[in-house]
Structure formats: C-alpha cells, structure tokens
Ligand binder design. Sequence first.
Ligand code: HQG
Length: 186
Amino acid sequence: MKITQSPKNFSKFLSYVLRHHPGSIGITLDVQGWTEISTLISQAAKHGKRFKLEDLHEAVRISDKQRFAISENGLRIRANQGHSVAVDLALPVTVPPDVLYHGTASRFIASIMKDGLRPGSRHHVHLSATTTTARTVGARHGTPVILQVMAKDMHEDGIQFFVSANGVWLCDSVLPKYLIRMNNDH
Ligand code: HQG
C-alpha cells in the first residue's frame, strides 16, 4: 500500500470521510451514504492519501467491526453506520431481542440515568447485542459501565429499532425507564 499509514489509520481515514467529512477531500455521499470508489481514490490522492483499489478492498475486509460495505457491482462504498452527516441508510425496522446493552463510561452514568441515552453527534444511539461488545464500546470513553436496555419493552411501546449491516443496533433515544445499570461482574 502506498499510503504510509497503518491499516488502523487507513480505516480511520475512511471513517472520517465516509461518515463525517466527505467534503474534506471533495467527495459527496448520496442519500444512502454511498460514494463512487473511483472518485474516492482520485480525490484522496489529490489530498495526499494514495492507495489502490486492492488496498481499499483489503481495508474493508479486515475492518474489525466491518465498518464499510462495497456495493454489489463493486463500484461504490459506504460506511455501515456511525454517520454524523445526513444520510438515510434505509435500514429496515427490525424487532429487537428482549435485551440489548449499551457500554458507556462511569462519568456519564448520572447524566444518562437522568436524561436517557441521546445520540449526541451521531444519528442514533448505538446498542450492542452482547455485554462483551458493550464493554469494549464503553472502554473507549473511560471506566466502562454496562447498561441493560429493555428493548422488548421499548418495542412494545412503539419505538423503532434498526440493525446495521455490521450488527450494531440503532434507535433514536432511550428513556431512563428502559435502562438498568449492570454490576461490574458482567
Ligand atoms: C454517552 C463505535 C451523557 C454515550 C462503537 C457514549 C459504537 C451520554 C457517548 C459506536 C448521554 C457518545 C458508537 C447522556 C449518551 N449524558 N452521556 N444523556 N447519552 N451518552 O462514541 O455509543 O468505532 O458517539 O453513552 O463501537 O460510545 O465508530 O457513541 O459514551 O458502535 O465504528 O455519550 O462507535 O464504533 O459516544 O459508540 P459515541 P458510542 P466505531
């Protein structure tokens, strides 16, 4: 790979342009978040990030969380979730499991138990199917704490859930009444 960066940094670059700042290299995303791979490659090169099609395929393949998808015809790429720019991923509404999990940092707990989970700069609140994933997500912010999310109750109350192509559960927000703080031994 021509770019003098680790795969992790390359993945971060792709997240940056495909989720948050496509304009930083002069590309645009369509309403569903897709962009032409050939344009991505040429525009990235113009901005000092040189890589080949094979490098891109490799980055998509090895992404630990399968953050990116390439279209069936191989011509376009998008991030599977995590956008801050306005896109509509057109994910189907999906019935959630009875319980989902949200990993966060201990310093956010008081605020979350008061106001509920808010999407912040993202489009959705991100929820995990397992405590293991939730712990990893929470540890990115500090001492991890896992919240149990009563997804079945939310669903029965008419709240919509979506699941991204890489298995992240998404919803608009979670009220405090659906949250239970778990003990640290999970
Ligand atoms: C917290 C990663 C105070 C929330 C992961 C979280 C995930 C509140 C932080 C994806 C709050 C936002 C998303 C409230 C929420 N008061 N704090 N009312 N409501 N928070 O990074 O869920 O690597 O935007 O608990 O794997 O940590 O990007 O969200 O701690 O799937 O592919 O505010 O990002 O994936 O942080 O992570 P984030 P997140 P990628």
